[in-house]
Design a protein around this ligand. Structure first.
Ligand code: FES
Length: 176
């Protein structure tokens, strides 16, 4: 299993069960528990958000990244994004998070959106764009998309700063 996924899923399952008011309640069997959890998830998240949560894209670290960003959101959860760039474009983007299952969906989506884009274009990816690509999130989880967008911006800034430090000139200035 991918690093961090099991603990994130366990965290989500615990919070979800508590939210359903069934913590401490005896569950007849595991299939019933699973069915109730999945029904709750389907009622809360879009198919895309569920898919990107349970089948994360681009999760993990990159060795010797060209850009690295680390942001802790107001909820206390942290995301890291690693970038590889060539000729001003992102050729690889990976993320890790200790956050909720929704943050896994958001990290998956923001790295998918960033790959193949120029650093400048990827720097414009917003919380709204991540939310739209995930077909929305519950209001209380929208900040998870902001964490992903903010972390990507940090990684892009770091990438451009590194290039300047090496005497390379980014083709354009990053978003202003
Ligand atoms: Fe913190 Fe989702 S609750 S990132």
């Amino acid at each position: 299993m991918i690093d961090g996924l099991e603990s994130s899923l366990r965290k989500w399952a615990g919070e979800t069960l508590e939210g359903m008011g069934i913590s401490g309640e005896r569950i007849a069997n595991f299939a019933e528990l699973e069915e109730r959890l999945m029904a709750n998830m389907r009622a809360t998240y879009s198919d895309t958000a569920i898919d990107f949560s349970l089948n994360p894209r681009n999760m993990g670290k990159l060795e010797s990244p060209d850009g690295f960003g680390r942001v802790t959101g107001p909820c206390g959860d942290t995301m890291e994004i690693y970038l590889k760039a060539e000729n001003g474009s992102i050729i690889d983007a990976r993320f890790i998070t200790d956050g909720c299952v929704t943050s896994i969906a958001a990290g998956s989506m923001v790295t998918e959106l960033a790959r193949g884009k120029s650093l400048v274009e990827a720097g414009k990816i917003s919380q709204g764009e991540v939310l739209q690509a995930l077909e929305g999130l519950p209001e209380e989880s929208e900040h998870c998309a902001l964490l992903a967008a903010d972390t990507l911006k940090e990684a892009i800034k770091n990438c451009l700063d590194s290039k300047r430090g090496r005497g390379e000139r980014p083709s354009k200035e990053l978003f202003v």
